[in-house]
Ligand binder design. Structure first.
Ligand SMILES: Cc1cc2nc3c(=O)[nH]c(=O)nc-3n(C[C@H](O)[C@H](O)[C@H](O)COP(=O)(O)O)c2cc1C
Length: 337
């Protein structure tokens, strides 16, 4: 399977050399098999200085520019950072782009193409490598350094056979490492907080799961069947949503939020081909444990004819209450806080 490698152009100033260096690298590796190389030019990405209220490890982003950047970085399997050296360090634009995200960088390898005057960009790359390590982004080594006075002429990188061979070899190693690290990112069976990057898969999963509910309850009037990608995305702002992946695929999810003194759990779903393995029970227990102190009850609701769900909830200690809206039943149990 082809790996998606994002080539990040770090400098953003007018008249910069960055795009010419990126073009040289792109051409040098064009025929290396096994990767789709996409350019992310930070001048076009246009991130402001970090303006998110929450730590990026939450994956909760308030601004569309961060969500866009999150989706792009999340979609990549590895990175090439084309970066100049400014004042013995990396440009602030690259540090800012790193700082916006967290999980999206993790367990994806990176390669640097540094350039500069006296140092050929080595000190800038050295600093960026330390930041990358903190983001769990292994630098594979074999970086490429260009000393502008020697290696650039007429605004373009001087193309030599040796340099091209070096780029191709380093890029091949990057692609190889991207494949090897992939399983570290999927972590089968682990419950993690959903991010906006999960919204598309969540939308598909809930539609697949609620088909059964529609059949059992003889109705298509079920919000989970009709919600758009945008509605599922904005649900992530209002609910705490957890997901489980298997083999990289999102196969189960649940969500919860506080409603007065109740902790309301909902959208408990497991992909049809992953049922009967305890994932639903695991997610339910996880959601219950997340109930904030001070909540008195944990509540759930399901279809009046959803006998499988009701059996699961009764086994977990829930009792039916009489107050479900039409066609649904509500269940609850006390929360020992
Ligand atoms: C603010 C600034 C600081 C710089 N500091 C260094 C430096 O510390 N070491 C170095 O080798 N080159 C330094 N340079 C030279 C740059 O590496 C060179 O101008 C390069 O073309 C910058 O990349 P860009 O054109 O993509 O912005 C600096 C350039 C700028 C604009």
């Amino acid at each position: 399977m082809s790996k998606k490698i994002l080539l990040v152009v770090a400098s953003t100033r007018p008249g910069r050399l960055g795009p010419a260096v990126a073009t040289w690298f792109q051409q040098a590796v064009a025929t290396v098999p096994g990767a789709d190389l996409e350019i992310a030019d930070l001048a076009a990405v246009g991130l402001p200085f970090l303006d998110e209220p929450l730590h990026p490890s939450t994956g909760i982003y308030h601004h569309e520019h961060t969500r866009r950047w999150s989706r792009l970085v999340d979609s990549a399997d590895g990175f090439v950072f084309v970066t100049p050296e400014y004042n013995f360090g990396m440009p602030a634009t690259l540090k800012n782009a790193f700082d916006h995200l967290s999980r999206e960088w993790a367990w994806k390898p990176c390669l640097f193409v540094g350039y500069g005057n006296t140092s050929a960009g080595t000190r800038g790359v050295q600093m960026a490598r330390e930041v990358a390590a903190n983001l769990r982004m292994p630098a594979i080594g074999g970086d490429i350094y260009l000393r502008i006075a020697d290696d650039v002429a007429n605004g373009a990188v001087i193309d030599t056979e040796r340099r091209t061979a070096h780029a191709r070899h380093a890029f091949t190693q990057l692609i190889r490492t991207a494949g090897i690290l992939r399983p570290l990112r999927t972590e089968d069976g682990q419950i993690t907080r959903a991010t906006y990057a999960d919204a598309a898969e969540l939308t598909v999963l809930q539609r697949a799961c609620w088909v059964d509910e529609a059949i059992a309850n003889q109705t298509l009037d079920l919000p989970a069947l009709h919600e758009s990608l945008e509605q599922v995305s904005s649900g992530l702002d209002d609910w705490t949503v957890w997901v489980i992946r298997a083999g990289g695929r999102l196969v189960a999810s649940a969500r919860a939020r506080r409603e007065g003194d109740a902790w309301q759990i909902g959208r408990l779903m497991v992909a049809p081909d992953h049922r009967h393995r305890g994932l639903g029970r695991q997610l339910l227990a996880h959601a219950e444990q997340a109930a904030p102190p001070g909540t008195q009850t944990i509540t759930l609701s399901t279809g009046a004819h959803s006998s499988r769900n009701q059996a699961l909830y009764r086994q977990a200690g829930y009792e039916l209450t009489a107050d479900g809206p039409a066609g649904t039943v509500s269940l609850r149990k006390a929360h020992a806080s």
